[in-house]
Design a protein around this ligand. Structure first.
Ligand SMILES: Cc1cc2nc3c(=O)[nH]c(=O)nc-3n(C[C@H](O)[C@H](O)[C@H](O)COP(=O)(O)OP(=O)(O)OC[C@H]3O[C@@H](n4cnc5c(N)ncnc54)[C@H](O)[C@@H]3O)c2cc1C
Length: 435
């Protein structure tokens, strides 16, 4: 029996799940909603690593991902004069083994669009009148209740619906998580890493080249440029260590709840005298229409991220944070496992599939969320001595090629966990691609 599915959030995980479910059964009736007025194709560079590469291969989308890839040769650590202190070139293993720069780097918006378009494509098979994938924007969920046979939803426009499966893929600050777990448990699941980051594009300048440039200033502040966008623009990344509660007291509200103009003002103030290209970053930020800022943290739910017929997917349920570099990979893997568990059990056992999703994905989530102690201190040192130590350590890693050694000694997939295989989801074979 085809399923009536509601997916909340048209970011990365949501459309990936819609695509996979549709290919498994073109008769599934899948609605994807987003509170935003249109598909949100903003955001800067993201990548695939470890299990994300095999996931996209099984989904038959790895070749498409290569087509949207951006050229980045590696990463250079620079000092306040722009002098390079260490350089790490990208890996080209063709597998999951990646150095600091993955060989599968692309713009977030291009991936969102790729997954959205793929979910709407006809892959053959009969689609009934009600089947297929439908997107609705400017829409969110205000109430959710479930019983053994279905999930009742009230939408922001006052309409209601009953679904066999509801999936919250609505990002780090997921409202679905709040509706599923209650506000206190949902808020308690977010563990701040005491870092604020902002991403935007600014006009390209001489000296911007195919190497990502990373500069760290005293006070735990960081500036980074990357090139993978249009020929006339450069991606700008700002990072700063901040105690969110102290910052909220100073700003009169939590930083993430402030309007973008106010966030820009605060970041400009915090970056004052940071050195290197600070003035350029601040000018670019003031004019940026694609500015996006957030607090870096992990979502670690005390208990299950999927219950009954409701599942949380991607950042909503288990955001690993930008510090792991695995957010995109984990959201895609989550979509693949949830669809795989439905395929494995058949459409009649949604609750079994949701339980299977939780138990199958949990070891990957636990592994991917591990952050080595000292990583924040290494990349966001607060003192000049700390910055000197960081330059020295990274210089030694480059000189003795330790990054390459680690790459060859560690398994391709994070924690050595190969992705689960679902014979129903070998779309690359159905599409005639070689593994
Ligand atoms: C605009 C934007 C820009 C980003 N830029 C970067 C970046 O530059 N670098 C990086 O590493 N990560 C970035 N991220 C985060 C990154 O996409 C995720 O960490 C990761 O890929 C996991 O994807 P996800 O599908 O779980 O969540 P997301 O990609 O965050 O998608 C969540 C979706 O849910 C929607 N949504 C939120 N609340 C509701 C609601 N109540 N009702 C309905 N819909 C809702 C959002 O509009 C969004 O489309 C960005 C996210 C967004 C939304």
């Amino acid at each position: 029996m085809p399923l009536k599915v509601l997916i909340i959030g048209a970011g990365i995980g949501g459309p990936a799940l819609a695509y996979t479910l549709r290919r498994l059964n073109p008769d599934h009736n899948i609605t994807v909603i987003d509170r935003y007025p249109e598909l949100r194709t903003t955001g800067q560079q993201v990548d695939l690593r470890g299990q994300g590469i095999s996931t996209m291969r099984n989904l038959g989308l790895l070749d498409k991902v290569k087509e949207i890839g951006v050229e980045e040769e590696g990463i250079a650590i620079v000092d306040t004069h722009g002098k390079t202190k260490a350089t790490f070139r990208k890996s080209e293993t063709g597998t999951g083994k990646q150095s600091f720069t993955s060989e599968y780097e692309f713009m977030r918006g291009d991936l969102v669009k790729l997954l959205h378009d793929a979910s709407l494509k006809d892959y053959g098979g009969k689609t009934s009148k009600d089947g297929g994938v439908h997107y609705e924007f400017n829409k969110s969920v205000t109430a959710l209740t479930q019983d053994a046979a279905g999930v009742d939803i009230t939408f922001s426009d006052g309409t209601t619906g009953r679904y066999d499966l509801v999936v919250g893929a609505d990002g780090q600050w997921s409202k679905t998580r709040k509706l599923l777990l209650g506000a206190p448990a949902s808020a308690a699941a977010f563990h701040s890493l005491n870092l604020i980051c902002a991403y935007y594009t600014m006009p390209r300048a001489p000296g911007d080249d195919a190497l990502m440039k990373m500069y760290v200033a005293p006070g735990g502040r960081g500036l980074t440029t990357r090139m993978g966008c249009t020929p006339t623009t450069t991606q700008a990344y700002l990072g700063m260590r901040a105690d969110p509660e102290a910052l909220a007291v100073r700003c009169g509200a939590p930083f993430v709840r402030l309007p973008p103009e106010k966030q820009k003002e605060i970041l400009a103030e915090e970056l004052r005298d940071a050195g290197w290209q600070t003035d350029r970053f601040v000018r670019g930020m003031r004019d940026a229409a694609d500015f996006y800022a957030h607090e870096i943290g992990q979502v670690r739910i005390d208990g299950a991220f999927a219950k009954g017929r409701v599942a949380l997917l991607g950042d909503a349920g288990y955001c690993p944070s930008a510090m792991t570099g695995m957010g995109t990979t984990l959201a895609l893997l989550g979509a693949y496992v949830l669809a795989g568990e439905i395929a494995k059990r058949g459409d009649g056992d949604v609750e079994g599939a949701v339980r299977g999703y939780e138990s199958t994905l949990r070891p990957y989530v636990d592994e991917i969320q591990k952050i080595s102690p000292g990583v924040t201190n290494l990349f966001f040192p607060t003192t000049r001595v700390g910055i000197f130590a960081m330059h020295t350590v990274l210089g030694l890693i480059e000189t003795f090629r330790i990054d390459k050694l680690i790459m060859w000694l560690t398994p391709e997939d994070k924690g050595g966990l190969a992705i689960p295989e679902y014979p129903e989801i070998r779309f690359e074979e159905k599409d005639g691609e070689k593994r």
